[in-house]
Design a protein around this ligand. Structure first.
Ligand code: AMP
Length: 278
C-alpha cells in the first residue's frame, strides 16, 4: 500500500492511474478509523479499480474553541485497517502541505451550509468544502464515499461537486452503529462509561421518531416533542425535521425528510440522524 504525503505526489500518482484507464474510489476521513469508515472503504474497494483513503485532521473545519488538538490520531492502526481492507493508497498530507503560508482560497456553499450544524458551528462547512475540493483535486477520484452519519455534509458536498463541475460521483453509505444503537464516531472515544450510556438517548430518540413516522404521523411538532423528551439527559444543540434535499424545516411531512440531532454529552458533541420517506 502506497503512502503519499504531498498534493504533488498524490496528483502524480492519480494521473498515472487515470492514464491506465483505471477508476479511483476515494474515502476522505480524519483518521481514528472505526467500522463506519471500514464500510466506506469496503464499498470503494468493491466498486473501483483503485481505492484511496485520506487521513487528514483538517484544521480549517475546527473553530478555535473546538477539539482540533485533542482529536484522536491513530495513524498506525488506521494504516493497518486500510491495508487489511485492500485499500491501494493512503493520502496523509501535513497541515503545512495543505495550507502553506499565503493560503487564501475557500469554498463556501450558501444555504445548505448555513443551517443545522452550520448554524451551531459557523465556518465549519467552509472548512469541509475547502478541504474536500482540495482532496478531490489531488486524488482526482471517479467516486467518493461519505457516510449518512454526516448527512448535511453529504448534501453540502453534493452541491459543491455539482456547482464546481468536479465530475466526482458522490456515494452515500448508511450509518454504522454499535450493537446498542450508538452511531460509531471517532469522538465516542471521549465518552466516559456514564456518558456513553446517556449518549444512547440520541439513537433511542431517533428510533422513536422513526416509529411515529412509520405509524403515519404527518406533523413535525409531535415528533420533535417526543424526541426532545427522550433527550432529557443530554444537552440538545438542535433537533430538526427538514426536507432531505433542501434541509429546509418542514411542518408537515409530504416527501423525504431528515430528522437530525446534535447534542452535547459532557464535553462531547455528538450528531445522529434518520431519513424517512412517507
Ligand atoms: P470523519 O473521519 O469522522 O470525518 O468521517 C469520515 C467519513 O466517515 C465521513 O464521510 C463520515 O460520514 C463517515 N462516517 C463516520 N462515522 C460513520 C458511521 N458511524 N457510519 C457510516 N459512516 C461514518
Amino acid at each position: 500500500m502506497k503512502i503519499l504525503t504531498t498534493p504533488e505526489a498524490m496528483r502524480a500518482w492519480s494521473d498515472a492511474v487515470r492514464a491506465e484507464r483505471r477508476t479511483i474510489g476515494f474515502v476522505p476521513t480524519m483518521g481514528a478509523l472505526h467500522e463506519g469508515h471500514a464500510s466506506l472503504m469496503r464499498a470503494a474497494v468493491a466498486q473501483n479499480d483503485i481505492a484511496v483513503l485520506s487521513v487528514f485532521v483538517n484544521p480549517a473545519q475546527f473553530a478555535p474553541n473546538e477539539d482540533y488538538d485533542q482529536y484522536p490520531r491513530t495513524f498506525d492502526a488506521d494504516r493497518a485497517m486500510a491495508q487489511e481492507l485492500g485499500m491501494t493508497a493512503i493520502y496523509a498530507p501535513t497541515p503545512q502541505a495543505m495550507y502553506p503560508d499565503g493560503y487564501s482560497t475557500y469554498v463556501d456553499v450558501k444555504g445548505l451550509g448555513d443551517v443545522l450544524c452550520g448554524a451551531s458551528r459557523p465556518g465549519h462547512f467552509r472548512g469541509v468544502t475547502t478541504v474536500v475540493a482540495k482532496l478531490f483535486a489531488a486524488v482526482r477520484p471517479h467516486r467518493a464515499y461519505f457516510g449518512q452519519k454526516d448527512a448535511q455534509q453529504v448534501a453540502v458536498i453534493r452541491r459543491m461537486t455539482a456547482d464546481l463541475d468536479l465530475g466526482v460521483e458522490i456515494v452515500e453509505m448508511p450509518i454504522v452503529r454499535d450493537a446498542d444503537g450508538l452511531a460509531l464516531s471517532s469522538r465516542n472515544k471521549y465518552l466516559s462509561p456514564e456518558e456513553r450510556v446517556r449518549a444512547l438517548g440520541l439513537s433511542r430518540a431517533l428510533c422513536l421518531a422513526q416509529a411515529m413516522l412509520e405509524a403515519g404521523e404527518q406533523q413535525a411538532a409531535p415528533v420533535l416533542e417526543a424526541v426532545r423528551e427522550v433527550l432529557h439527559e443530554v444537552e440538545v444543540d438542535y433537533v430538526e425535521l427538514v426536507d432531505a434535499a433542501t434541509l429546509a424545516r418542514v411542518e408537515r411531512i409530504t416527501g423525504p425528510v431528515l430528522l437530525a440531532i446534535a447534542a452535547r454529552v459532557g464535553a462531547t458533541r455528538l450528531i445522529d440522524n434518520v431519513r424517512f420517506t412517507p
